[in-house]
Design a protein around this ligand. Sequence first.
Ligand SMILES: O=C(O)CCC(=O)C(=O)O
Length: 296
Amino acid sequence: MSWQAPRLTPSQIADYRRDGFVIIPGLMRRDEIAPLMETYEADPLLDGAMGAVADSSGNAQNVVLWTQPGDDYIGQLPGLARFMDAAETLLGQPVYHWHSKIVPKPPGSAGRWDWHQDYGYWYYEGCLLPEMLTVTVSLDGMARDNGAMEVIRGSHRYGRIDVKTLDQASGTDPDRLALVMERCERVVLEIQPGDGIVFDGLTLHASGPNRSQRGRTLLHLSYNTVANAPVGAGADENHAYKPLAKVPDEALLAHRWGKVFNPGRFNKRTPGTKVHAASPVGFTSVAPAPTVRVTQ
Ligand SMILES: O=C(O)CCC(=O)C(=O)O
């Protein structure tokens, strides 16, 4: 196999440091993504594991989360060398898997992610330093009309901003957010299937409803530095340091996995509970938005 998975270039590293995010075209191949999308399209609730959190208007935003690596396709994703290498290059230290998510927006779904910094929540989960980031891959392409992710360029430099209750959900303190937005550019991340983004745990981000007839499905793989494993009252077992073995980049194409996901693969969520139990303000779990089979 002659294909080489991309590695960060010096100019991409410089972009990340300046902007708090960087786009990496072609981070996954479409034939690598295909088994996952075929499984999702055949069963958008992923054998009942798909959950949702309420946005500030109470709309369901679908999400499924996992923390444990494993020998299934989903379990191998966080360890893929290209993702871990990007995280270790940008954080400058060994990393471990914090958690990963699939975040679908079915066609016509209203759910949004209100503006937030991921570290706004991870702070309450016992991570003393904001040395955390997320590698995101678009599985089916995103644009303004299908709920593309948006970021605020350079917002990572403003440090941790308080999380506040926003009607039925939570998000970044709106007064502080407005001041940052006056000073920084808001960027809609319009990318193709397989393109990736890496963004800092302090980068403000959000996404809107899917007003299109196309799905919008993102894979988010979040990493923490080993030295920053959670401590104190907020620390929970799911996010504790566990070694993460690197998986060769060719593992997906070489079909070195059995099933797309094994039984019990995803973490459980109970509708009506706060997802971030340790945070004074969290996300409330609700029933998922109706899902439709996506045909494109
Ligand atoms: O998938 C998205 O649009 C954003 C997801 C997000 O911000 C999160 O999971 O924290």
